[in-house]
Design a protein around this ligand. Structure first.
Ligand SMILES: [Fe+2]
Ligand SMILES: [Fe+2]
Length: 370
């Protein structure tokens, strides 16, 4: 089943629009990440080369967009070349790609900024009053599609965070751990994107869902979850249950909130269900190997272990990023997919930035006696 539903619908809408407005050659949406102040490309519709993918920028570094977001108002640039210098990298890219005018609209869900919608035309002065009136209907529609697609993620996240919060006191992992796993998983997917053609939409879902990988741990007894040192074989078997409990929890939340129609829930199920599979087939619960393990499961496995190694736990000190990456590399091909380890190798600085941005406070790290 294809999960790329927003993309497909937007492309369809765009082709409808182009029947009446043939020079409206690009339609794109970027989503806003409140935690990092970053705008990330999300969906794109346009001709072949003229698409901007896997692009990310800080909103605070694009004052003109920030202003639109604050004013809740659209912006028309009738001639992209006739703008105050220096041009933003985004405007520069548009000009080089042959676009001449643009219409930009901030999108909101429950009054919170969720992103921006960009219409670009290859003629200047294309966004006349009549056209803008016409586009308003489509803007509403696209805004509703995006909000409807993203809202269930927030519902799920809210429901699962509540569950997790109740269980957090007894977990050896911190709230920051799960956020960092999401960020590392997003980082790996982002670096792999050009090589294996991952869409921005996929990367966004990986970011949102990777933090939920261990939701089933709330079903693991305290004496196992909080044990210092190695688990006995029996305890290890009992801890493995968290994968299947996680899938059960997701199925009941999906059922309860009636989210079964959302194809991207499969990405979440795959992350929960396969983050302990190993590339050589020796993992659990199903002993899947190689590409039989969904990509999002292989990515999350690397992200999860990277964070476990580089942070202090009640039973071990933090390893340096160099040591952790050496370990991941040594296990690449056996435990981990080499494809998902490779993006970490030359980017220790960026990984450290993620680590520092979502840092645990000492009191957040539960000790085994908690
Ligand atoms: Fe796990
Ligand atoms: Fe974890």
């Amino acid at each position: 089943m294809s999960w790329d539903l927003v993309g497909e619908r937007i492309i369809h809408l765009h082709s409808e629009l182009r029947a009446s407005w043939p020079h409206l050659s690009r339609l794109a949406v970027a989503v806003y990440d409140h935690e990092t102040d970053r705008l990330n490309t999300f969906v794109n519709s346009g001709d072949g080369q003229r698409q901007l993918q896997n692009y990310s920028a800080k909103l605070s570094e694009v004052p003109s967009l920030k202003q639109l977001a604050e004013q809740h108002s659209p912006r028309i640039k009738q001639d992209l070349r006739d703008q105050p210098q220096p041009l933003s990298p985004h405007t520069q890219w548009l000009i080089e790609a042959g676009f001449a005018s643009s219409y930009t609209m901030p999108l909101y869900g429950n009054d919170h900024l969720i992103g921006f919608l960009f219409f670009d035309a290859d003629r200047s002065n294309y966004f006349t009053e009549t056209m803008v009136r016409y586009l308003a209907v489509y803007t509403e529609l696209i805004s509703a599609i995006i909000t409807n697609q993203l809202a269930p993620i927030y519902i799920l996240r809210g429901a699962l965070n509540t569950v997790r919060h109740l269980a957090l006191k007894r977990d050896s992992e911190t709230a920051c751990h799960i956020r960092r796993v999401g960020r590392y998983a997003q980082f790996i997917a982002f670096k792999l994107a050009p090589q294996i053609d991952l869409s921005d939409e996929y990367i966004e879902f990986v970011l949102q869902y990777a933090p939920m990988h261990d939701i089933g741990k709330i079903g693991v007894p305290d004496n196992i979850l909080l044990k210092r040192g190695e688990l006995s074989p029996d305890e290890y078997e009992a801890a493995k249950i968290h994968v299947l409990s996680g899938l059960e929890i997701i199925d009941s939340v999906v059922d309860e909130f009636d989210l079964g129609h959302l194809a991207h829930i499969d990405i979440l199920r795959n992350i929960i269900g396969t983050h302990h599979e190993r590339f050589d087939g020796t993992g659990y619960p199903n002993g899947l190997a190689g590409e039989a393990i969904p990509l999002e499961g292989r990515i999350t496995a690397v992200a999860d272990v990277l964070d476990a190694l580089t942070t202090r736990r009640s039973y071990k000190p933090a390893w340096s990023f160099e040591e952790a990456i050496d370990y991941l590399q040594a296990k690449s091909g056996s435990m981990f997919d080499p494809l998902c380890v490779a993006p970490l190798l030359d980017h220790i600085g960026e990984l450290r930035e993620i680590h520092d941005c979502f840092k645990d406070r000492d009191e957040d790290i539960p000790s085994a006696s908690d």
